[in-house]
Design a protein around this ligand. Structure first.
Ligand code: AMP
Ligand code: ZN
Length: 468
């Protein structure tokens, strides 16, 4: 069976065939860096990592672009409250995101691009839309005229034909119920950062960012565009409108949307206050691999119910696989090769691949591996497993780990002696006193890399070792 994905646009599972053989051009919406990402966001990014890895194992070369949204309403608010420029403010959270991504072993996209580095591209795209009369101005802002784009609604499968033309919305996030002409360029507001451009002083709306950056690097038609389900409307619907109105070509061929991570029946979100960051979980002693495993284990089109029991179970599952690998590497098996076991190994490998080909069914893929491991442990106990069966079994584990990447333990925190930690903390304190926050943040990040977590309390800095 070929590789298949569920496409939100067609509402069907479809065979995946990229526009150009062997290359996949993919765009994923990255974080808005106004704070730390939470594990809900990381669920979506982990799904995209599994997608990347599976596409590569299937022989495709990837051209994957992810954006960093480093200007929006919340960033402007928070930066002002912190007395920083938006650049200073977002840099800290961009670095934090990159650290979290590295800790979770998320591969770096081929390009990671910041919105504020692409204002000129956004302006050019808005100009192109204006030339085709898809825009109008009001109070210095520029809006997209959705009545002029009959396909509006085709991604979220909503009929918008009855909406009142001319009604506008300035916020970037809104519901289908108040779908209106959305803002492409926001007029400068007193006290807010702005860019002086041919469109007048102002800043871009959120949606235009992604259309401009995606087409700049990947061309006018992409193979895959992915994000969390909440982005389907309005963000991705608006991306389609902007891009297709400008080019007259299909913008994206396969739209992949991942369901949310939920806690106690509600979606995890900053505004609900029910969130954990990766750092929260590591401070509680959980290993990054366990978090990664948990986030990857539920197929991306099913909601993932986060519980600490599930996180424990993930850690236990990894242990079982590591123990199996240890047995394969260290036990002495009788000479020869058991044909039945060799066949069983091939079968497990096929099931693993077939499950991932089936719209990335990670749960089935894991089930195939665990069933195999259970049978092989019994075969070893019964002395049926032979020396010649070990290499193929290890190969299967290798293939599993090329996707799930959980077998290698994170660097043990014991590597750094106490005195060295204290010395670095003192250095960081001095840097902070000298208001050299960049240096202080670097030291914190360096310690974090080595498994040391700092906590600033009113009685000074406390530190802990992260569990390996
Ligand atoms: P944001 O930084 O808000 O733009 O979100 C970054 C990514 O995380 C987007 O793809 C969102 O769809 C996704 N996301 C937000 N909340 C959740 C959640 N609770 N579970 C899974 N993905 C989420
Ligand atoms: Zn986007």
């Amino acid at each position: 069976m070929p590789l298949r994905f569920y496409n939100t646009l067609t509402q069907r599972v479809e065979e995946f065939v990229p526009l150009e053989p062997n290359v996949v051009r993919m765009y994923t919406c990255g974080p808005t860096v106004w704070n730390y990402v939470h594990i809900g966001n990381l669920r979506t990014f982990t799904f995209q990592d599994i997608l990347r890895r599976w596409l590569r194992l299937r022989g495709y070369r990837l051209e994957h672009v992810m954006n960093i949204t480093d200007v929006d309403d919340r960033i402007i608010q928070e930066a002002a409250a912190a007395g920083k420029s938006i650049g200073e403010y977002t840099e800290v959270f961009t670095q934090a995101f990159l650290e979290d991504a590295a800790t979770l072993r998320l591969e770096r996209p081929e390009r990671l691009v910041r919105a504020t580095d692409h204002i000129a591209d956004m302006v050019a795209l808005i100009r192109r839309l204006s030339e085709k009369s898809f825009t109008y101005r009001s109070d210095g802002s520029i809006y997209f005229r959705i009545a002029k784009f009959p396909d509006y609604g085709k991604l979220s499968h909503t009929d918008f034909s009855g909406i009142r033309p001319g009604a506008r919305v300035d916020t970037d996030k809104y519901d289908k119920a108040d779908a209106r002409d959305f803002v492409l360029w926001k007029a400068r507001k007193e006290g807010e950062p702005y860019w002086d451009t041919e469109l007048g002083p102002g800043r871009p709306g959120w949606h235009i960012e992604c259309s401009a950056m995606a087409m700049k690097y990947l061309g006018e038609t992409l193979d895959i565009h992915a994000g969390g389900v909440d982005l389907t409307f309005p963000h991705h619907e608006n991306e389609i409108a902007q891009s297709e109105a400008a080019t007259g070509k299909p913008f994206v061929r396969y739209w992949l949307h991942s369901e949310h991570l939920i806690v106690e029946g509600q979606t995890m979100s900053k505004s609900l206050g029910n969130f954990y960051t990766l750092r929260d979980l590591l401070e509680r002693g959980y290993a990054p691999e366990a978090v990664r495993y948990l986030l990857a284990s539920v197929p991306y089109r099913k909601p993932l119910n986060f519980t600490f029991d599930a996180l424990h179970a993930a850690a236990t599952a990894i242990e079982r696989l590591r123990n199996f690998r240890l047995r394969l590497e260290s036990e002495r098996f009788a000479e020869g090769t058991a044909e039945r076991i060799l066949e069983r190994t091939q079968e497990a490998e096929q099931k693993f691949a077939a499950s991932l080909d089936d719209d990335l069914n990670t749960a089935e893929a894991l089930a195939a591996v665990f069933e195999y491991v259970r049978e092989m442990n019994s075969a070893m106990d019964a002395r049926e497993f032979r020396a010649g069966n070990a290499a193929p079994a290890l190969e299967l584990l290798g293939r599993f780990d090329a996707v799930f990447d959980v077998l290698r333990p994170s660097v043990p925190a014991a590597a750094l002696p106490d005195e060295e930690i204290e010395r670095l903390i003192a250095e960081r304190t001095r840097a902070r006193q000298a208001r050299d926050y960049a240096r202080a943040d670097r030291i914190r990040a360096e310690l974090f890399e080595k498994g040391i977590v700092l906590e600033d309390t009113k009685d000074g800095v406390r530190w802990k070792r992260r569990a390996p």
